[in-house]
Design a protein. Structure first.
Length: 304
């Protein structure tokens, strides 16, 4: 069990993030604007983690970890801004599944920035994801819903976030990384909130409950666990496990909001999910074992 603690932690995060789509919907329906929701969630997360882990942060803070955390904060801000605003114009299930497309973008980031090898199966999976997004998002006249477009931008930002979390988490302290990124994301959200003149909060209790849930669970707990777990699990496994948040998000939206899934949406979701499986497993489960491995297995079975 201890050997797979990282993977188990990532599945817990996927469930928490899946429920985060519901928290966002409650916050928006309660009267909070997308930017106000972001500002509150990052403020709550920064304060909670800053207080709880103050001593560890003080002991491990470095210039390198602050810079790394600032980059993660920028990607978090861009990703959540696009996702939250996009949710105003699209459904919870579509928002969840298009966000999951980030998993096939991660390998391309490594190829572009570090010239890491890009295999053919990964390219095929990426085009499948684009096809699935098209089936899921395109209107009958082939136009793209504004919310779907924003959510795809969110997927790109989250891909960068997942990739660089894997890069930084093995080099920098997890607590410093997490709190720094939330502080930066809060500052950016609050600055944007002031610029567009949304300082006054007008929301029902349901809206504040949604924001509180996002701040405590989806942000503080979820991202702290992500940073810790990704120091134990490679980027490929992390990406495929975290992509299941879209599944949990869709299931919860159907159960709680009674959202109706159309046949086109189901087909699009299946194509996207298949592309994720193909891109991350490389269809290794279909490959035949080498002759040496088969001989070894045969000998071992006879010895038993």
């Amino acid at each position: 069990m201890k050997k797979y603690i990282g993977e188990i932690g990532l599945f817990v995060i996927a469930i928490i993030w899946g429920s985060g789509f519901i928290g966002t919907k409650l916050a928006l329906d309660g009267g909070l604007t997308p930017i106000q929701t972001l500002t509150l969630r990052f403020f709550i997360a920064s304060i909670i983690l800053g207080i709880v882990f103050y001593k560890k942060i003080k002991e491990n803070i470095t210039k390198e970890s602050l810079i790394a955390g600032a980059w993660l904060g920028l990607f978090s801000f861009i990703g959540f801004s696009a996702q939250t605003i996009g949710l105003v114009y699209t459904t919870v299930s579509k928002n969840a599944f298009i966000t999951a497309a980030n998993v096939v973008i991660v390998p391309f980031i490594g190829f572009i920035l570090y010239r890491r090898k890009l295999d053919k199966i990964g390219v095929i999976g990426s085009f499948m994801a684009l096809l699935g997004i098209g089936v899921l998002s395109l209107e009958p006249d082939l136009s793209v819903n504004f919310g779907d477009f924003l959510t795809f931008l969110c997927a790109i930002a989250f891909a960068f976030h997942i990739f660089f979390t894997g890069e930084f988490s093995s080099k920098c302290n997890s607590y410093v990384l997490t709190v720094t990124q939330f502080a930066v994301a809060f500052i950016l959200s609050f600055a944007l909130q002031m610029i567009i003149g949304q300082i006054q909060l007008q929301s029902s209790p349901v809206g504040f409950i949604g924001a509180l849930y996002l701040g405590v669970f989806s942000t503080a707990i979820g991202f702290l666990l992500q940073t810790i777990c990704q120091s134990r699990v490679d980027q490929t496994k992390s990406a495929i496990i975290l992509s299941t948040e879209s599944v949990f998000g869709t299931i919860m939206s159907v159960i709680i909001f009674h959202e109706i899934l159309t046949l086109r949406m189901i087909i699009g979701c299946i194509i996207i999910f298949a592309s994720i499986i193909i891109s991350e497993t490389k269809l290794s489960f279909l490959k035949k074992k080498p002759l040496e491995e088969l001989s070894k297995d045969l000998v071992e079975s006879q010895m038993e």
